[in-house]
Design a binder for this molecule. Structure first.
Ligand code: HEM
Length: 120
Protein backbone atom coordinates (compact mmCIF):
# COMPACT_ATOMS: atom_id res chain seq x y z
CA UNK A 1 0.00 0.00 0.00
CA UNK A 2 2.83 2.37 0.88
CA UNK A 3 4.38 1.99 -2.58
CA UNK A 4 1.03 2.50 -4.23
CA UNK A 5 0.23 5.72 -2.35
CA UNK A 6 3.79 7.05 -2.21
CA UNK A 7 5.50 9.67 -0.04
CA UNK A 8 4.53 12.66 -2.21
CA UNK A 9 0.81 11.96 -1.93
CA UNK A 10 1.20 11.33 1.80
CA UNK A 11 2.91 14.73 2.17
CA UNK A 12 0.04 16.46 0.36
CA UNK A 13 -2.47 14.64 2.58
CA UNK A 14 -0.59 15.70 5.71
CA UNK A 15 -0.55 19.36 4.58
CA UNK A 16 -4.30 19.22 4.03
CA UNK A 17 -4.80 17.40 7.31
CA UNK A 18 -3.12 20.08 9.44
CA UNK A 19 -4.84 22.80 7.41
CA UNK A 20 -8.17 21.27 8.45
CA UNK A 21 -7.05 20.58 12.02
CA UNK A 22 -5.81 24.14 12.59
CA UNK A 23 -9.09 25.46 11.14
CA UNK A 24 -11.16 23.32 13.51
CA UNK A 25 -11.91 25.07 16.83
CA UNK A 26 -12.25 21.68 18.56
CA UNK A 27 -8.62 20.90 17.72
CA UNK A 28 -6.54 23.97 16.91
CA UNK A 29 -5.71 24.99 20.48
CA UNK A 30 -3.83 21.75 21.12
CA UNK A 31 -1.22 22.84 18.58
CA UNK A 32 -0.32 26.23 20.04
CA UNK A 33 3.46 26.47 20.29
CA UNK A 34 4.05 23.16 18.47
CA UNK A 35 6.82 22.98 15.85
CA UNK A 36 4.50 22.33 12.90
CA UNK A 37 7.13 21.57 10.27
CA UNK A 38 8.53 18.82 12.49
CA UNK A 39 5.00 17.56 13.14
CA UNK A 40 4.21 17.47 9.39
CA UNK A 41 7.37 15.45 8.85
CA UNK A 42 6.63 13.00 11.65
CA UNK A 43 2.97 12.61 10.73
CA UNK A 44 3.96 11.82 7.12
CA UNK A 45 6.40 9.18 8.37
CA UNK A 46 3.77 7.75 10.66
CA UNK A 47 1.10 7.49 7.95
CA UNK A 48 3.71 5.83 5.73
CA UNK A 49 4.36 3.37 8.54
CA UNK A 50 0.62 2.59 8.87
CA UNK A 51 0.50 1.89 5.14
CA UNK A 52 3.38 -0.59 5.38
CA UNK A 53 6.33 1.76 4.85
CA UNK A 54 9.45 1.97 7.03
CA UNK A 55 8.85 1.86 10.77
CA UNK A 56 9.87 5.01 12.65
CA UNK A 57 7.59 5.03 15.69
CA UNK A 58 6.85 2.69 18.56
CA UNK A 59 3.25 2.81 19.73
CA UNK A 60 4.29 3.56 23.31
CA UNK A 61 6.07 6.72 22.07
CA UNK A 62 2.83 7.97 20.52
CA UNK A 63 1.00 7.11 23.71
CA UNK A 64 3.46 9.10 25.81
CA UNK A 65 3.33 12.14 23.52
CA UNK A 66 -0.46 12.34 23.53
CA UNK A 67 -1.12 11.37 27.15
CA UNK A 68 -0.31 14.80 28.55
CA UNK A 69 -2.75 16.41 26.08
CA UNK A 70 -5.77 14.76 27.80
CA UNK A 71 -7.54 14.03 24.49
CA UNK A 72 -11.08 12.71 24.81
CA UNK A 73 -12.85 10.34 22.42
CA UNK A 74 -14.82 12.97 20.47
CA UNK A 75 -11.69 15.05 19.97
CA UNK A 76 -9.78 12.00 18.79
CA UNK A 77 -12.43 11.08 16.22
CA UNK A 78 -12.73 14.67 15.02
CA UNK A 79 -9.03 14.49 14.07
CA UNK A 80 -9.26 10.92 12.79
CA UNK A 81 -12.10 11.78 10.41
CA UNK A 82 -10.13 14.73 9.02
CA UNK A 83 -7.36 12.25 8.25
CA UNK A 84 -9.69 9.85 6.46
CA UNK A 85 -11.31 12.74 4.58
CA UNK A 86 -8.00 14.06 3.27
CA UNK A 87 -7.01 10.59 2.12
CA UNK A 88 -10.14 10.66 -0.03
CA UNK A 89 -9.32 14.07 -1.37
CA UNK A 90 -5.83 12.95 -2.48
CA UNK A 91 -7.42 10.01 -4.27
CA UNK A 92 -6.53 7.12 -1.93
CA UNK A 93 -8.49 4.00 -2.81
CA UNK A 94 -11.13 2.39 -0.59
CA UNK A 95 -8.80 -0.35 0.64
CA UNK A 96 -6.24 2.24 1.74
CA UNK A 97 -8.87 4.27 3.59
CA UNK A 98 -10.30 1.14 5.18
CA UNK A 99 -6.85 0.07 6.33
CA UNK A 100 -6.23 3.55 7.77
CA UNK A 101 -9.58 3.44 9.55
CA UNK A 102 -8.63 0.10 11.14
CA UNK A 103 -5.32 1.55 12.31
CA UNK A 104 -7.13 4.55 13.77
CA UNK A 105 -9.47 2.23 15.68
CA UNK A 106 -6.42 0.48 17.16
CA UNK A 107 -4.70 3.77 17.94
CA UNK A 108 -7.69 5.18 19.79
CA UNK A 109 -6.79 3.28 22.96
CA UNK A 110 -3.28 4.75 22.86
CA UNK A 111 -4.22 8.37 22.26
CA UNK A 112 -7.49 8.89 24.13
CA UNK A 113 -6.80 9.72 27.75
CA UNK A 114 -7.81 6.93 30.09
CA UNK A 115 -9.23 8.42 33.29
CA UNK A 116 -8.87 5.13 35.20
CA UNK A 117 -5.16 4.97 34.43
CA UNK A 118 -4.62 8.69 35.03
CA UNK A 119 -6.00 8.29 38.55
CA UNK A 120 -3.32 5.71 39.53
C1 HEM B 1 -6.04 10.89 14.74
C2 HEM B 1 -5.00 10.18 15.08
C3 HEM B 1 -3.66 10.78 15.41
C4 HEM B 1 -2.48 10.41 14.88
C5 HEM B 1 -2.26 9.33 13.83
C6 HEM B 1 -1.46 11.24 15.48
C7 HEM B 1 -0.10 11.15 15.20
C8 HEM B 1 0.87 11.95 15.73
C9 HEM B 1 2.27 11.86 15.44
C10 HEM B 1 2.92 10.83 14.50
C11 HEM B 1 2.91 12.81 16.15
C12 HEM B 1 4.42 13.10 16.16
C13 HEM B 1 5.10 12.29 17.21
C14 HEM B 1 6.56 12.65 17.37
O1 HEM B 1 6.96 13.77 17.06
O2 HEM B 1 7.34 11.76 17.77
C15 HEM B 1 1.89 13.54 16.89
C16 HEM B 1 2.12 14.62 17.71
C17 HEM B 1 1.15 15.43 18.23
N1 HEM B 1 -0.20 15.19 18.23
FE1 HEM B 1 -1.11 13.63 17.36
N2 HEM B 1 -2.03 12.12 16.36
C18 HEM B 1 -3.38 11.89 16.35
C19 HEM B 1 -4.35 12.54 17.08
C20 HEM B 1 -4.13 13.72 17.75
C21 HEM B 1 -5.18 14.52 18.37
C22 HEM B 1 -6.68 14.15 18.38
C23 HEM B 1 -4.58 15.62 18.89
C24 HEM B 1 -5.19 16.78 19.61
C25 HEM B 1 -6.31 17.31 19.25
C26 HEM B 1 -3.14 15.49 18.63
C27 HEM B 1 -2.19 16.40 19.01
C28 HEM B 1 -0.84 16.25 18.81
C29 HEM B 1 0.14 17.26 19.22
C30 HEM B 1 -0.16 18.59 19.90
C31 HEM B 1 1.39 16.74 18.85
C32 HEM B 1 2.76 17.40 19.02
C33 HEM B 1 3.32 17.11 20.35
C34 HEM B 1 4.63 17.85 20.54
O3 HEM B 1 5.44 17.91 19.59
O4 HEM B 1 4.83 18.34 21.63
N3 HEM B 1 -2.91 14.32 17.95
N4 HEM B 1 0.67 12.99 16.62
Amino acid sequence: MYDRVGPDTIRVAVDQFYHRVLGDPRLSHYFAGVNMSRLHRHQALFIGQILGGPVHFQMHQLEAIHRRLRIDRDTYWAAAFHLIAVMSSVGASDDVRLHLFGALLDLEGRIVANPARAAV
